[in-house]
Design a protein around this ligand. Structure first.
Ligand code: GDP
Ligand code: MG
Length: 163
């Protein structure tokens, strides 16, 4: 089976946008598993000659009480279980949020290799906004713009090198 890269992060950071940049049109819709209430999106990609599967986990919401948010969290936990490498995404415009820190805790527990991608770095002025993300403890933040399609190569270099 192909190695699996999972994209994890709170809602609205741009996971689906980056997922689509990675897979192009190689989307695979996988049936729900029993007890899992939302589809996870799977796609495939290839980088540096290495073929892999990608999962867009749909986000983790920690603070919410309703069952949709709990199920999204459970979905991400499943994705963490399946992943060989995790792309942890956050948002340069929002900065480090409490939810990012909660997700970071989950990811530390996963003991999987983590690549930290910071999305919405749409221009050079935004580059200075990535440094605070070192505080999440996953090393060098990789600047991305899903809107412009920049940084995807650096992100995949980092992810594939840990497969
Ligand atoms: P998800 O909830 O993490 O899957 O995030 P989405 O991919 O749905 O993106 C959330 C919002 O952020 C959407 O309105 C996107 O258009 C926007 N977005 C995604 N990538 C970028 C980016 O690189 N720059 C900016 N400015 N907005 C982005
Ligand atoms: Mg999404």
């Amino acid at each position: 089976a192909r190695p699996v890269i999972a994209i994890v992060g709170r809602p609205n950071v741009g996971k689906s946008t980056i997922f689509n940049r990675i897979i192009g049109d190689r989307l695979a819709i996988v049936e729900d598993k029993p007890g899992v209430t939302r589809d996870r999106l799977y796609g495939t990609g290839e980088w540096n000659g290495i073929a892999f599967s990608v999962i867009d986990t749909g986000g983790i919401e920690i603070d919410g009480e309703d069952s949709l948010l709990r199920s999204v969290r459970a979905q991400a936990e499943l994705a963490i279980e399946e992943a060989d490498v995790i792309i942890f995404m956050a948002d340069a415009k929002a900065g480090v949020t409490h939810s990012d820190e909660e997700v970071a805790q989950m990811l530390f527990r996963s003991r999987k290799p983590i690549v930290l991608g910071i999305n919405k770095v749409d221009n050079m002025q935004r580059m200075e906004d990535i440094y605070e993300f070192y505080s999440l403890g996953f090393g060098e933040p990789i600047p991305l713009s899903g809107s412009h399609g920049t940084g995807i190569g650096d992100l995949l270099d980092a992810a594939v090198s840990q497969l």
